[in-house]
Design a protein around this ligand. Structure first.
Ligand SMILES: NCC(=O)CCC(=O)O
Ligand SMILES: [Mg+2]
Length: 307
């Protein structure tokens, strides 16, 4: 009766990794229990999640090195793995909510989220690529576009491209406060998408900064974002709370790969109680103010009836 916070299936978004081929299901070494699926197996995985009441998915592609280039052209090529995955999932499960990732890094031969020239990221030139990518996702059936690149001005640019092409109903979940974090390591293993040089500090946020998140959030809101995201989640619960208190937009939080790996490693060593640790993590993110949680724990908490 007096419990203030709850987590339910409706709050959860399950990130899923996609790989080319048939009948593929390969575990990510640093993320026990998380797999890369070929499209046929992806459909079966989505089906088993839907049966558990888990209906929102964020898709990420593992792209062969040979298909990567400086302009990430594979990111908007008709017939690409990612676009086929979106349209096949939507065709078989129209009631699923498909969130798509907009950023160049999985397709970039530089492993960066933007176009690189002489070791620098070209912010404004990158927007054009992001616009093409977002449009291709919407045309394939995406419900929510999630730009994770952190280029300045991309929310407004993508909103304009979507509106001009008849996709006014497609929402934008903006990675507003995405920190240059050590906790993305296992995700980059999953996608083989680590930067080939340097780091992402030129466009992602400094972990030391809290107030700057407000600037990022206000810009994204003014540019037309429908959700604001904070990423990672656990080391930034203060930022989730801050944004929650300063906007009426729904707040999403990404409980990232490194947070998942940390918990799983401790559980495998018998150092933490699995059910208690995982539910406490999710509850803390909800308590801080996130309405949506992107988490690799989404399926297991429902399968095991831990919520
Ligand atoms: N756009 C997604 C990421 O950059 C990383 C997520 C994670 O580490 O789980
Ligand atoms: Mg920004």
């Amino acid at each position: 009766m007096v419990q203030e916070t709850h987590v339910s299936a409706a709050n959860l978004i399950f990130p899923l990794f996609i790989v080319d081929g048939e009948n593929q299901k390969t575990e990510v070494a640093s993320m026990p229990g998380i797999y890369r699926y070929s499209i046929d197996n992806l459909l079966r995985e989505v089906e088993s999640c839907m049966k558990l009441g888990l209906t929102s998915f964020d898709l990420f592609p593992n792209i062969e090195e040979a298909l990567k280039d400086k302009l990430a052209t594979e990111s908007h090529r008709e017939g690409s793995l990612y676009l086929r995955a979106i349209s096949q999932v939507k065709k078989e499960f129209p009631e699923a909510c498909i969130i798509t990732d907009v950023a160049m890094d999985p397709y970039s031969s530089d492993g960066h989220d933007g176009i690189v020239e002489n070791g620098e990221i070209l912010n404004d030139e990158t927007l054009e690529v992001l616009g093409k990518m977002a449009l291709a996702h919407a045309q394939s059936g995406a419900d929510i576009i999630a730009p994770s690149d952190m280029m300045d001005g991309r929310v407004g640019y993508i909103r304009r491209v979507l509106d001009e092409n008849g996709f006014k109903h497609v929402s934008i979940m903006s990675y507003s406060a995405k920190y240059a974090s050590a906790f993305y390591g296992p995700f980059r293993d999953a996608l083989n998408s680590a930067p080939k040089f340097g780091d992402k500090k030129g466009y992602q946020m400094n972990p030391a900064n809290q107030r700057e998140a407000l600037i990022e959030a206000r810009l994204d809101e003014a540019e037309g974002a429908d959700f604001l995201m904070v990423k990672p989640a656990l080391p930034y619960l203060d930022v989730i709370k801050l944004l929650k208190d300063s906007t009426e937009l729904p707040i999403a939080a990404y409980n990232v790969s490194g947070e998942y790996a940390m918990i799983k490693a401790a559980i495998q060593n018998g150092w933490l109680n699995e059910q208690r640790a995982i539910t406490e993590v999710l509850l803390s993110i909800r308590r801080a103010g996130a309405t949506a949680i992107l988490t690799y724990h989404a399926k297991e908490v429902l399968e095991n009836k831990w919520l």
